[in-house]
Every structure is written in structure tokens, then in C-alpha cells.
Design a protein around this ligand. Sequence first.
Ligand code: PLP
Length: 399
Amino acid sequence: MSRKYGDEYGFATRAVHTGNDVDAETGAIRRPITMANSYELPFDPSTMNWSSAEGNLYTRNGGANQKYLQEKLASLEGGEDCVVLASGVAALSGLFFALLQSGDHVIFSSVTYIAVYRLLNELFNNKFNVETTIIDTSDIEKVRAAIRPETKLIHIETPGNPTLHISDIKALAELAHENNILLSVDNTFASPYNQRPIELGADFVVESLTKYINGHGDAMGGAIIGKREYLDIVRAQSQVNLGAAISPFNAWLIMRGAVTLPLRMQQHNHSALAIAAWLEQQPEVSFVAYPGLPDFWGHEVAARQMVNGYGGVMAFGLKADHDTHNRFVSYLRVITSAVSLGHDESLIVFLGEDDERQYLYPEEFHNGFFRFSVGLEDTGDLINDIRQALDRIKADTED
Ligand SMILES: Cc1ncc(COP(=O)(O)O)c(C=O)c1O
């Protein structure tokens, strides 16, 4: 247990200190990276449970750096316990695998990261006979109507990837609990600096640590935060036996990245809001979806539950054809064309009109659109980069 853990400390203080401590052996004021697969056994190991996630035994069962990071994330999300795993998808699949049985029913958002769709709608449905309903979870009456006696879990993403779709966490938690259902919320786009679903009643938070929490685009990880009684099952099944353990080095990198989460999120929030408002004014732009814009359909709910800002991710389109969208990206000089989000550098990806889930998205997304993750560069440089790329497109048509 580290020195500073309690709720009496603010978010930034806990981001710096929780999970860190003085190293008992050297006196260093930073806990070291423990790159070890195994830990020394007691005098008589013959009665040990080799599948136990308690104590230090084997790094797949739980290593030192993993535990430090779990302490920090449980504190930042306001949860009782945390399990960190090898990626955000390992966390999602780990939670689903631990909670769901054959014959259960799951309701999940029509806008989610693609792996959620693959896992629930294809793998769990086809292989394990888990029934699924994909629904617009911003509409509470639709969710209520979809509930069945065997509904075990409602899983949402808010803001959702890639359309920034917003769902009301508090209202869904109330509905779920009235019906004895668990609610899990993927908080990757917001990060705990902007939104804390457990405080709003959610049972679980899932995070891709690969994004804002690490923040530097150099390590993958995932976390589930929630009640210990459930997380012990996740640990036993998904970590120890499915083997999705995070490497100690990645856990250490993410721990280091998380220290500056509050400061980074302030810049992401500030810059993205300014750029979204600017983009809306550009004649070449067909639409901008960003929860911080007052005219965004989900703004009111977002303003209630996103306490410090709206994050760095937005979607927008151009009044242009498929090829022009691609040329626009090729003309960018500061913003990089790559998947992922929440990195220090700005990233953009063109999601074309042929995406298989297009029918689940609002109409303005149907001609193809960009998912744009605003990084930590100067806001003015990002605006200038977009403006010069738009000017080059215009010049192409005038040639
Ligand atoms: C909302 C969301 N959840 C989960 C994931 C998966 O995370 P990872 O890539 O770390 O497995 C992503 C990845 O983009 C995501 O955007």
C-alpha cells in the first residue's frame, strides 16, 4: 500500500502518488520495474494453489508493477478494486468471459469499439449461446423495452467510438439495478479525469490504457475497475487461466504516463473544443460531432456527466467524395494518419462509407468521415495544418 491513497486527496495528487512508494530495498523514491516471471516460493510450496491471484507467485497470476498500477487506477476511477490486463480488448473480453454464461442476454450500444461488436455479437453469440441486443442506448425507453428476465449485462461506451454517441450513465445504472442487471461503461474516450462512471452508479468501468491513461502511444494495456467480488472472478479466469497478463514494463510505462493525465486532459479538452468550434465554421466541412459543442445532440447529457471537459476525440466529414477525403489526409503535415487515439500526437483516420456498421450510425456519417484525436501540439499549429490541407484540396479542383 502506498503512502497517499485516500479520497481526502484530490485527483491530481492521487494521479502523482497513488501506487508509488519508497522502495524498501534501496530507498529510491520510485518503485522499480520488476522484470521477473517468478517469485520465491515458501518453505513448503506443495499445498499452494497454483491458480491463485493472491500474493506473489508468477507474473501471470499477478506481478508487482501490475499491482501498483491497479492501486492507482482504482483510486482514480473511485472503484473498490482493479484488474489490469494486456490490452483494452483483453479487459473487455476478460469481463465478458467472467460474467456471462450460456443462455444469458446482453444489451449493448449500437456505437462501440469494433471488438465489442465482434466479441458479443459474433463470438459470444455463436460459440457460447449468449443472446445479444444492439440498441441505441441514448434512448432509455428502448433499453427498457429490450430487457428480458435473462438480461445479465448492459454494456455502453460514452462517448462512443467512432461517432461520439452519448448515453446517460446515471439513468442506465438506475434502470439496470431496478432489474437486477449489471452496467459496464467503457470510459476510454473520456478518461477518469473527465468522467467517473462508478460515481454515477455503474458497476464496472473498462478502460483501454493504451489511450489517454498511458498517453504516449508506446504501451498497450487495459483495466477493469469495480467491485472485488466480481474482479476476483476476472482475475482467476481471464488473467490466470486465459493468460491476458500485462507485462511489468508496460504496467510501469502506463503508471508513469498516468501521473500527467490531469494536465494532458486539460490540454486535450481545451484544444479539441477550440478546433471543433473552428471546424464547424469552415465551408468545406459537412458536420462535426463533438460532445463539447452546444449544438451536438448529446451535449446536455455529456455536460452533466463529463465533469472536467469533453476529451480530445471528435468526428467530422467533408463536403467531398471518397478520394478527396483521402487526399486531405495525405496533405496533413502535423497530424498523422494512424489508428488509435489519446496519444500525445494528433492522429486521424478516414472511416469510409463501406464500414459494415454504417447503418447503426447517424446519416451524416454515411458518406465517410474522419475520427480525429487531437493531441498535445499547439492548437494554432493544428488549425493551420487542417486549413492548409483544405486549401490544397481546393487548389486541386482549380487546376
Ligand atoms: C473505446 C475503446 N475501447 C477499447 C479499445 C481497445 O483497446 P486496445 O486497443 O488497448 O485493446 C479501444 C481501441 O481503440 C477503444 O477505442
